[in-house]
Design a protein around this ligand. Sequence first.
Ligand code: PEP
Ligand code: MG
Length: 594
Amino acid sequence: MALEKSIKISEVKGIGASFGITIGKAFLVDKGKLKIPKTKIHSDKVPIEVAKFYKCIDNVIEEIQQTKSKIEKKGKELYKEELLIIDMQLLLLNDSMISKKTVELIRDKKINAEWALNISLDEIYKKFENMDDYYIAERQEDIKHVFREVMNCLMGKRFNTLEEIKKPVILIGHDFSPAETIKMNFKKVKGFITEVGSKTSHTAIIARSQKIPSIVGVPNITDIVNGGDDIILDGYTGSVYINPSYDTINKFKALEDQYHKFFAGLMRDKNRSAVTRDGYKVNIYGNIEMPQELDALFEYGGEGIGLFRTEYLYLSGNTLPTEEEHFKVYKSVAEKIYPRPLVIRTIDIGGDKFLPGYNESDQLNPAMGLRAVRFCLKELDIFKSQIKGLIRATFLFDNIKILIPMVSGINEIIKVKEIINLCHKELNIDNRDKLKRVDIGVMVEIPSSAILADIFCQYVDFFSIGTNDLIQYTLAIDRLNKDVSYLYEPAHPGVLRLIELTIKTAKKFNIPVAMCGEMAGEIMYIPILLAMGIESLSMNPASIPLVKEIICNLSLKESKKIYNRIKKLHTCIEIEKFLKTELNSKFPNLSFLF
Ligand code: PEP
Ligand code: MG
């Protein structure tokens, strides 16, 4: 480890998003705020700096050209807007005042290319500053975006280096999109730290599913940390230690060891059923984002897949997946886990996951915009190819169920069923009865669907409660916004009432009810969910052994007692305090988790 006296030592805090402790070197992925190196150069070096600058311009042009041809292949008409922006970017790079000015500055002032580019950009922005015009402001954004790429190249900090990390590192960045996260080489990423985000942002969910300790919402972490700094990341408490002392490192190594031993103990019982001491059984399923996670599901003792998010199919490639690709993926996952259940969710694109080529920024409030089933009902071709792939897989494997996300009213489910029927007809499959055997369920993640649970029961075969969104929409807090993450309260009495209403109604109408939001894997809430009568919990696979441990050591009777007390409390703070005291006394060896 580096010597303390010559470097910055500090401790900062964020939100622990994925459990675990990890120690490693910082790898800075700085997208927005690059620290520009400023050096004077000798006259001999001028041609080298100029050449370096033009080389980076050429590199960025080439990349943009590649993106352009990919988009053109998808359809020039469909992506008119994107192509216009691309042409504008190319124009800016090929022949702009900024390039000319930068080269002039390198030659006249004898400064490095990064510094020269920075000065030319500052001058341009100053000119823009006094112009109160929306169009001009947009152009400024275009310039910033495209020359940030050039600056990145000059500084050897291309974003795609994310995929090319050589040694295991702790990634530090302003934010990583789910698409970037999916493309990362997880063997090389020991942990994540981001400036924005929350426990239920998709980046955090993917980190959990990959068992990568992570912390989100650490203000200014990209300013505080330098690439190569020694970092301790404590995903349990959300603490980041920068260039810590030997003593601190040793203390955390010992803690890491202790946790490993504890979890190794749990793994010995991973295949037991989750049955309370008085005989109430809960099905324990896993959430997966990609087929490769099936191994983790088996490794941790999952009894099936309660949520297969299918967005990765759209985020990992450069083209839209074909019906055949859908079919092959669903068939292969269904076959591998047969006869255990597999709940496949149709795409939930548009909230914080976007299709490449679709304009992600033109919705002011994407979480409430054209997302999930709304997007699918508008982009019928995209939806139909997924549905057809799904139908074909269900003909081979009857363990598949179809789950529709973000349903807010009955009309949407009626339309989805019409499309399923249409796809069935278009596929020209004779045996129509087979279609009836495919269960179609809805995610209960918008308050209206919980309130209308009794009506939904008449249209669908099962419910899966998506607490990540149900909490977001019930409490009106953006699940990605760290400034309001303190309001993100699974045990908020308003949220609990909606969950209870959904479970009780499903039971009354005799349809299966599961929970697949992150709350399902949070051990603190297990007594509440048991008391409400939850039948199945689906979570990131790594949480399964611990959840089984808690359920097996509780009774339904005592859970009901706990919940009856909770119902008399008015705030989430009181509820969580009460739950912590109860669980601490029942599980004194797990106090580090509550
Ligand atoms: C949820 O909202 O709880 C959920 C499981 O779906 P996602 O996190 O993918 O929105
Ligand atoms: Mg959701």
